[in-house]
Design a protein around this ligand. Structure first.
Ligand code: B1H
Length: 834
């Protein structure tokens, strides 16, 4: 054990002494080993390594404070954290933007260009991962003691490129140039085991259980400091990297074992190598379960070791000091792992451990898609995690027995049916030979609170997906409507709008208290204010136009309506419906005389999003977008009035450019399928009008914005089941039939490739239009006409735009996190002194 050198800590922090320009220049000099000739990418590195030190000063103070105070902590366990870039966010959250912009200017650089050299940290798929990132920002901003825990994937979300209009996937190599935003903790590592056998042994009068894994890896901690805004608090996201044991055990490295040791390394590193790119539908691969257990096991050991350092073995106190939020079912193995650690390692007895475990855990459901509810084959789990499988079996025995008692008044047959339906371990309905562990059921039984992510979604969770459980534990079920951080998604990505808001409200307090945005309502009809509002939007549209020019080489009309749909490509999100309406618009324009066309509202349509690599239908949808774009954008008759561009590699940074420029955004999922959506909130904050279905958070956004200000269309969630049954008898709209014939007939080429797309919604023998595009088609076109009419009245359009931002107060993740803190976590703020 190295002796601590306590004297170093009394030296003043260097960041307080060295002015930013000198510090950046020094960083450049010593990072790159030359004086001058730095690229913009170098300047990014130099700046970041300088900012990093200020961040770490704040991190250190916060954690010294929390160590002293020992408050209750919330641990947000998530397989995904979609952080995006850090430089701008860190500089702004720490209040250093003036200092660093000025320093860079002195050195001959521009902050915006330098920031643009940063690669996104894309350790997430989409909304679920980005929500986790917004939550960390809010937790720090609200001074809530809390950390995120996840995986440090070597390769994050793949990069998407287009080749001849088709998606191709490229690896996301994001760590090669080093990551200034992380801190490797060489003193924080834990063993994680897999496989092997479980035995009972006598220990005195007691029988103990010993799990001897056949395979072990080390989880190495990396800390990613998370700065709050307008507070001295900087919290932490701790990510685990998987490394082989042999690196720490050189004696195993004898000559004869060299190649085996290298294979070991690959096997270990494989665990944290790559993020599964399947938004919504989990991959049932063994490696995925390994990833889940890997980070949960390391995180729980880490929390328990800190707890024990302060409270010894007083584990009754654990629920008062630690609370875990399971971000979807992905970390649900935590139920069994916390049980195992307290039972087998700490030697507590079952009942006590069960009480502690259920008090500490809470579960958020994010999806209603039945295929997305994770179920692991008992066979797979028993082989990889034999002790956990045993524990889950015992939990399930206790649970079903308890249920039997609870349901004693039911007729025996009915009771047996109900118990079977709620058993954590059940048959695979598609393969009676196979038994499955239902992770959502395990999460519900093992948690204190279960929540959905928007009002309608939480009701669907209660009334449908987990209705049996809701009937048994009504008070466990809650709603926590999602939110997004107003820092990244308004103040930092749209500084022009932010200053207009601040000037108008006479304060910038809205950045911490978004309810204050309601003050903008008073200006919604004010012509002078509308003109300023419009000027900001115009400037942001010009930036997006520049980007389109860069990617596609085309100039677009800056006065056209910018109509955007950006999100993962999925049938339920219905990008296809959007394309159909664009084709319809194109055909109408073609029929018009040049004079008539001049009266039409010009539109620039942008679609962006990644398709999971194995999601065939989604890839065909992307190709349809690019194929339709190829025809429309070249047509000399219509190209002044309609464009369609697919923007490749949609990610957090691209969203930060697109969203402020959007005038209309599309959130058109089949009612009852999108749990919440969060980009809808980001668009709303930036004064972008919404065309959308009565689904997810759209509903609450419409309520806050004024329902008449939103272009709502389509059937309601309650009707869906019935309409699905009747879909084959639906008399489709003649315009729909025409479009189907057009695509099938090769109007956009690639006939054969598009055939399955047409069949999926139009041939009831092949596809069955599960997401009811045909049912919503006519009302969607009508809503689009309403959009055009409204856009022609610019003053009305601007009034609505202002009403969106004014109504977005509820959708700050600060509000969401406050609700979690009060209703579920019971954690309170603890702020270090500045
Ligand atoms: C959401 C996911 C998801 N729901 C499985 N479920 C994944 C499921 O890789 N996997 O296995 C990845 C992601 N993601 C999204 O969560 C919902 O679709 C959105 O509606 C919601 O806004 C978001 C945040 O709550």
């Amino acid at each position: 054990v190295a002796e601590l050198n306590k004297t170093a800590a009394v030296v003043p922090e260097s960041t307080a002494l060295v002015p930013a320009p000198v510090d950046i220049a020094n960083k450049l000099r010593y990072l790159f080993g030359r004086n001058g000739d730095y690229t913009v990418a170098d300047a990014y590195q130099g700046t970041s390594w300088s900012v990093r030190e200020k961040l770490i000063d704040s991190f250190n103070k916060t954690h010294e404070h929390w160590k002293k105070e020992d408050p209750k902590f919330i641990y947000y366990l998530s397989a995904e954290f979609l952080m995006g870039r850090s430089l701008i966010n860190t500089v702004y959250n720490l209040g250093l933007e003036g200092e660093y912009a000025e320093a860079l200017n002195q050195l001959g650089y521009e902050m915006e260009k330098v920031a643009d050299a940063e690669r996104d940290a894309a350790l997430g798929n989409g909304g679920l991962g980005r929500l986790a990132a917004c939550f960390l920002d809010s937790m720090a901003t609200l001074d809530l003691p809390g950390w995120g825990y996840g995986i440090r994937y070597k390769y994050g979300m793949f990069k998407q490129a287009l080749r001849n209009g088709y998606q191709v996937e490229l690896p996301d190599i994001w760590l090669t140039k080093g990551n200034p935003w992380e801190l490797r903790r060489d003193d924080v590592k834990f063993e994680v085991g897999f496989g092997g056998r479980v035995e009972r042994r006598k220990q005195g009068s007691k029988e103990i259980t010993v799990w001897t894994p056949s395979e072990k890896v080390i989880a190495q901690a990396y800390d990613n400091p998370i700065p709050g805004f307008n507070t001295p608090t900087t919290s932490n996201l701790r990510l685990w990297d998987a490394v082989p044991l042999t690196e720490f055990d050189l004696s195993a490295f004898n000559a004869g074992d060299y190649d085996r040791a290298m294979l070991e390394r690959e096997r270990a590193e494989g665990i944290s190598a790559v993020l599964y790119p399947n938004d919504s539908t989990p991959e049932g691969k063994e490696l995925r379960l390994k990833q889940q257990y890997f980070f949960v096991c390391a995180s729980l050991q880490d929390v328990l070791s800190r707890f024990k350092a302060v409270h010894g073995n007083n584990f009754d106190l654990l629920p008062e000091k630690a609370c875990f939020q399971l971000n979807d079912t992905h970390p649900t193995i935590a139920v069994a792992e916390l049980m195992r650690l307290l039972l087998d390692v700490e030697g507590l007895d079952w009942d006590k451990v069960w009480t502690i475990t259920t008090k500490c855990l809470n579960y958020t459901n994010h999806t209603v898609m039945p295929e997305a509810l994770e179920k692991w084959p008992v066979k797979v789990m028993a082989k990889m995690l034999p002790r956990h499988m045993e524990i889950i079996e015992v939990i399930n025995e206790g649970w079903t027995k308890w249920l039997g008692g609870h349901l004693k008044d039911l007729a025996p047959e009915e009771r047996a049916k109900r118990i079977a339906a709620m058993s954590i371990i059940h048959e695979n309905p598609w393969n009676k030979e196979e038994m499955l562990v239902n992770m959502a059921y395990l999460a519900v039984v093992g948690s204190s609170a279960v929540n959905g992510v928007a009002a309608i979604h939480s009701n669907i969770v209660k009334d449908e997906i987990l209705n049996d459980f809701y009937q048994i534990f009504p008070s466990k079920f809650q709603n926590k409507t999602n939110g997004v951080t107003p820092r990244r998604w308004l103040a930092w990505c749209n500084p022009e709008l932010a200053s207009l808001i601040t000037d108008t409200l006479g304060t910038s307090e809205w950045i911490n208290d978004t309810e204050k945005l309601a003050g903008l309502r008073a200006y919604a009809s004010d012509k002078a204010f509308q003109a300023k509002w419009a000027a900001v939007k115009k400037a942001k549209k010009a930036k997006l136009a520049e980007l389109i020019k860069k990617v596609h080489g085309d100039e677009v009309n800056p006065n056209a309506l910018f109509d955007i749909q950006i999100k993962r490509i999925h049938e339920y999100k219905r990008q296809y419906l959007n394309v159909l309406s664009i084709i319809w618009r194109y055909k109408q324009l073609k029929k018009m005389s040049p004079e008539e066309r001049k009266k039409a509202v010009a539109r620039v349509c942008v679609i962006g999003g990644k398709a999971a690599s194995a999601y065939d239908m989604a890839k065909r949808i992307i190709r349809l977008v690019t194929a339709v774009g190829d025809v429309i954008n070249k047509d000399p008759e219509t190209k002044d009035y309609l464009r369609l561009y697919f923007l490749p590699d949609y990610n957090v940074s691209l969203a930060e450019t697109i969203i402020p420029a959007a005038e209309l955004s599309q959130h058109i999922s089949t009612a009852g399928t999108e749990a919440s959506g969060t980009s809808n909130m980001k668009f709303q904050m930036n004064g972008c009008l919404i065309i959308g279905t009565w689904d997810g958070a759209n509903i609450e956004i419409a309520e806050e914005t004024g329902i008449d200000n939103v272009f709502v269309f389509g059937v309601r969630a309650e009707e869906i089941n019935q309409l699905r049954k009747e879909r084959k008898n639906l008399k489709t709209d003649p315009r729909w039939d025409e479009l189907m014939r057009d695509i099938e007939g090769g109007m956009f080429g690639d006939k054969d490739y598009f055939k399955p797309l047409v069949d999926s919604v139009n041939n009831m023998k092949v596809g069955n239009d599960w997401f009811l595009l045909a049912n919503d088609f006519a009302s969607y076109l009508k809503a689009q006409e309403d959009v055009d009419a409204c856009y022609k009245d610019q003053s009305e359009w601007l009034r609505r735009s202002i009403m969106y931002t004014a109504g977005s107060g509820k959708f700050s993740s600060d509000r969401t996190i406050r609700e979690y803190a009060e209703d579920i976590w019971h954690v309170t703020p603890s702020r270090p002194t500045a």
